[in-house]
Design a binder for this molecule. Structure first.
Ligand SMILES: [Zn+2]
Length: 137
């Protein structure tokens, strides 16, 4: 189970704090995104929702994800040259490794990557996006 995984009452509380009704649909969506899914796109979330809640609309999925992001339960990001938004339930800063074969996205801790500070010159860097691409050997 992921560290970010919350219990149903915790999810309800967070949703209420964000000013949203904690409907069964929203709670289930939260559980999927926070606990079961791994860097899902909105399409993957919708696919899951369709299988579990046939009447959930794409708008509800988008709205719920927007709410979760505002409630700081998930972050979203886009890879360069890719228009797909990916949701991430790992809230600490980290980098990613994208498996070219499976499309799986793996979290890489910041400490795993070292930069030569001198190439950054006099810039104080406040954020960085690093994506590694590769295949398992
Ligand atoms: Zn991640």
């Amino acid at each position: 189970m992921k560290e970010a995984c919350l219990t149903t009452p915790e999810i309800e509380k967070r949703l209420r704090e964000a000013g949203v009704n904690a409907t069964a649909q929203r709670i289930a969506l939260c559980r999927f995104v926070l606990c079961d899914a791994d860097h899902p796109t909105v399409e993957q979330i919708k696919e899951w929702a369709d299988a579990n809640f046939p009447k959930i609309s794409l708008a509800t999925v988008y709205n719920t994800m927007h709410t979760l992001e505002e409630a700081r339960l998930v972050r979203s990001f886009q890879f360069p040259h890719c228009d797909k938004v990916i949701y991430d339930n790992t809230l600490e800063d980290h980098y990613h490794l994208c498996d070219r074969k499976s499309g799986k996205i793996i979290d890489i801790p910041l400490e795993a990557v070292q930069f030569n500070q001198s190439v950054l010159g006099e810039y104080q860097i406040d954020s960085a996006d690093v994506v590694f691409f590769g295949e398992q050997t």
